[in-house]
Design a protein around this ligand. Structure first.
Ligand SMILES: C[S@@+](CC[C@H](N)C(=O)[O-])C[C@H]1O[C@@H](n2cnc3c(N)ncnc32)[C@H](O)[C@@H]1O
Length: 242
């Protein structure tokens, strides 16, 4: 499929995506960042990459904590918004994570389900390979993914949300191994339909991916408070890789 028409290249680049998710819990995201940097004793001199950073909410917070951060994302519009927050130790770049990284980092973060978007497993593996090759010696990667089993077991098939005057009709279903969210709404005089499609990756399959690129799991957590992972009850699947 042409890169321009892939669902993640179009939907995440719209202003409507940011409207739909404007109420997400940034306090919890910041607590997670505080918890993980404390647990891993990440040095203030380290270089961090927030891969698939969106508008940069984690990058900006990490930078406020004193870290040197690069945020990278495919979405031109998100990067343009994030760039307003740039300073000497915070930079944002447009980058497709399927392409190799140009620099090496001590820590690479991939947060809030920014993985598993691709039909072809080799593309998922390519991203992990790019992350591995983009790490300095003894570098670590942090992947914050959904807990597929819990998401599937608790799927809400239909939901309507009105935000900023836009009524979003959401349908959720599982098809061909992907959790799919169909997003339909009227805005700016047009009817729009977008999709989010995230692969139902479980720990067994992720382990196969990790083995193929030579990553080892250092920690597995099940939520932003860093409690241990339970496939039936955890909200998240958070992996620290080395
Ligand atoms: C669920 S959002 C999470 C954004 C951010 N991490 C956050 O927590 O706000 C997923 C992000 O992945 C980005 N993305 C999707 N495909 C990408 C790719 N191939 N390369 C880089 N970024 C990509 C999207 O543009 C979007 O910003």
């Amino acid at each position: 499929m042409n890169k321009k028409t892939e669902w993640f290249a179009s939907w995440f680049d719209t202003s409507y995506y940011h409207i739909l998710y404007k109420h997400r819990d940034d306090t919890e995201a910041q607590e997670f960042i505080k918890n993980i940097v404390a647990l891993l004793s990440i040095n203030k001199q380290d270089n961090l990459l927030d891969l698939a950073c969106g508008k940069g909410r984690h990058s900006i917070f990490l930078n406020k904590l004193g870290y040197n951060v690069v945020g990278a994302d495919l979405s031109k519009n998100s990067i343009n918004i994030a760039k307003k927050f740039e300073n000497e130790s915070l930079r944002f770049i447009e980058h497709d994570m399927r392409n190799p990284l140009q620099h090496k980092y001590n820590v690479i973060l991939n947060l809030f389900t920014s993985f598993g978007f691709f039909e072809d497993d080799n593309e998922d593996i390519k991203i992990l390979k790019n992350i591995k090759n983009g790490l300095k010696t003894d570098g670590i990667a942090i992947i914050d993914f959904m807990n597929s089993k819990k998401v599937i077991n608790n799927l809400v098939p239909k939901e309507v949300q009105t935000i900023d005057g836009i009524t979003f009709n959401l349908s959720r279903y599982v098809e061909n191994g992907f959790v799919i969210k169909k997003i339909n709404f009227e805005a700016d005089g047009e009817n729009h339909t977008y999709f989010e499609k995230v692969k139902c990756l479980d720990l067994t399959k992720i382990n196969l991916y990790l083995d193929s690129v030579g990553f080892k799991i250092k920690h597995t957590f099940g939520n932003y408070q860093l409690d241990s992972f339970n496939e039936n009850t955890s909200d998240r699947l958070i992996l620290v890789l080395e």
